[in-house]
Design a binder for this molecule. Structure first.
Ligand code: ADP
Ligand code: MG
Length: 204
């Protein structure tokens, strides 16, 4: 089970992962843990990617519009700079996939310095492949929470999300690739839908 960090002499910290497709409640779960940690009086840093323009830049927002304050950063270097600036007990990172695989060594460094790091993000691309860096984090985390959304066709557990109108859709050069680190992974009900294994129809 994930634990709230306690203020004590610093030894190595821990890595907790919250992973799943879009709409699976990753941001809600991250916000719940951050709220609890703040009640416990630990020093918390919440980081979001400045590509995520769904709401106020200085907040994490769920698909239901709930939000908590966050520091927006544009790349791994800026993230590392903000996170190293103080001895945070808990560093929470929203939408980790936006930072790409370069995020891995920075997160490991923060954990080794004694922080509890919660990394939240998409572990699957919209064409159904693994989405780094989440699979790497899942391999070495102290705790992994793998969430599912609700399939918008049948209501079963959805481990995938796909772009709206994807059945029969043929990717053009101008279409975003599933692993692109750009705004194509931002969106809500208007751009993506959650799908179970049976109803998932990835782009060809
Ligand atoms: P994530 O960060 O994983 O994309 P959020 O935490 O932002 O997800 O939002 C989760 C919320 O999205 C749910 O509590 C629910 O109200 C809403 N939602 C909308 N569509 C779906 C769906 N298909 N499956 C599950 N939740 C959905
Ligand atoms: Mg989210």
């Amino acid at each position: 089970m994930p634990m709230i960090p306690v203020a004590s002499p610093r030894s190595a910290g821990r890595l907790d992962v919250i992973a799943g497709p879009m709409f699976s409640g990753k941001s809600e779960e991250l916000m719940r843990r951050v709220r609890r940690a703040k009640i416990a009086g630990v020093k918390v840093l919440v980081l979001s990617h400045s590509l995520d323009t769904r709401s106020d830049l200085s907040a994490i927002t769920s698909h239901d519009g709930i939000n908590i304050p966050a520091v927006p950063v544009g790349d791994v270097e800026s993230l590392a700079e903000v996170a190293r600036a103080d001895d945070f007990d808990l560093v929470a990172i929203d939408e980790a996939q936006f930072f790409g695989p370069d995020l891995v060594p920075t997160v490991f460094e923060l954990v080794e310095r004694g922080a509890t790091v919660i990394v939240e993000g998409l572990c699957v691309t919209f064409d159904g492949g693994p989405f780094e860096p989440m699979p790497t984090f899942m391999a070495v985390a102290e705790d992994v929470l793998k969430l599912t959304a609700v399939c918008t066709i049948c209501g079963r557990d959805a481990v995938f999300h796909q772009r709206v109108g994807t059945p029969g859709f043929i990717a053009e050069d101008s279409e975003p690739r599933a692993t692109d680190i750009d705004a194509s992974h931002i969106g809500g009900l208007e751009s993506y839908v959650a799908r179970c294994r049976e109803h998932f129809a990835p782009p060809r």
